[in-house]
Design a protein around this ligand. Sequence first.
Ligand SMILES: Cc1cc2nc3c(=O)[nH]c(=O)nc-3n(C[C@H](O)[C@H](O)[C@H](O)COP(=O)(O)O)c2cc1C
Length: 370
Amino acid sequence: MRTKTTEMFGLDAPIFAFSHCRDVVVEATRAGGMGVLGTTRLDPEQLEQELRWIDDHTNGRPYGLDLALPNKMEKVRDMADRDLVLPREHIAFVDTLLADAGIPPLPSDEHEKLHLGSPGFRLTAEGGMELIEVALKHPQIKLVVSALGVAPPDMVELLHAHGIKVGALVGSVAHALRQQQAGMDILVAQGMEAGAHTGNIASMVLWPQVVDAVAPLPVLAAGGVGRGRQMAAALALGAEGVWCGSIWLGTRESELSPEMKERFFEAKSEDAVQRRVLTGKQCRMLRSKFTEAWEAPGAPKPLPMPLQSMLVAEARSRIERARNKDFMTYYVGQIVGDMTFETSVRNVVYEMLTELSDTFDRFEQQMKED
Ligand SMILES: Cc1cc2nc3c(=O)[nH]c(=O)nc-3n(C[C@H](O)[C@H](O)[C@H](O)COP(=O)(O)O)c2cc1C
């Protein structure tokens, strides 16, 4: 397949695979698409390790990196000051919720580990720049994308000076125009069906709006893409490829625990709900007893980013450690309703391209019949 984005990066297929898991990034890249590693959970040393591993397993093929650089965020605080900084009511709410569910506290070494560092620092321009400095030592990185805000001009300039294309996730035409002005080479138009942080406009409406608004800039279609017919729709609406996140979570390469995967395989599309409980900003995630407790009458309002993440980090680890399926949640989009069994990254790519090709054949047949 040839589109502007396969030409731009020398790919076999215009399939971009966002993941926090290096194995997914490697497999998608080896399958002819482009894996893009999410960095929000990594410090520079960890990033260096992950990138070395990806370099060693991708045969010189290009891959990408993703940063979150929110334009609006509260001041970053040290995790060690958590109990001083966060409202007592919120801390008590989470503690009581977990205690009532019989979810035990963490062992003291794990508790201490969680109380190190400053969780929001990687989301600042300074924290992001430290990650970029690591990335520049890995010449296979050909794309850096930012989410939640506009990358600072010096970062964009630095990346361009190293021959790296720069992109951004957008959820509206206004965001898209702002990012175009900031010098982006490619945009990812992400509809509200998507997993994790989302806007409020559905993919079917958003994709052509963004394509038309920023032409001739190439646009990737994100939000609700997991199969070939959705890819055909994205291309028909003017996208130059697709950018997928949720569909990789059901693969054997994904970072999720078997229990979390099982929850996904049982879930319907309507179980992927928009909530603020994990980060303080609107995110799509799997409905669970933990997410719904925050919707109950009398529950406190989630705190702004990055305070809400500081608040719930330990609770998430406790729930995961206790393997409590009812309380587990994770970011996922509405495509979760189509994910019913474990597969592999290679299989997802193969099936997507096969269904895409069948769809084109069907169109051709229909045109002939007319
Ligand atoms: C588990 C998960 C975590 C995500 N984290 C990020 C992130 O850190 N940065 C980012 O730009 N996008 C993130 N996203 C959004 C993806 O980049 C992508 O736009 C989205 O998943 C596309 O929609 P889909 O989930 O329907 O495939 C995440 C998505 C998921 C499912």
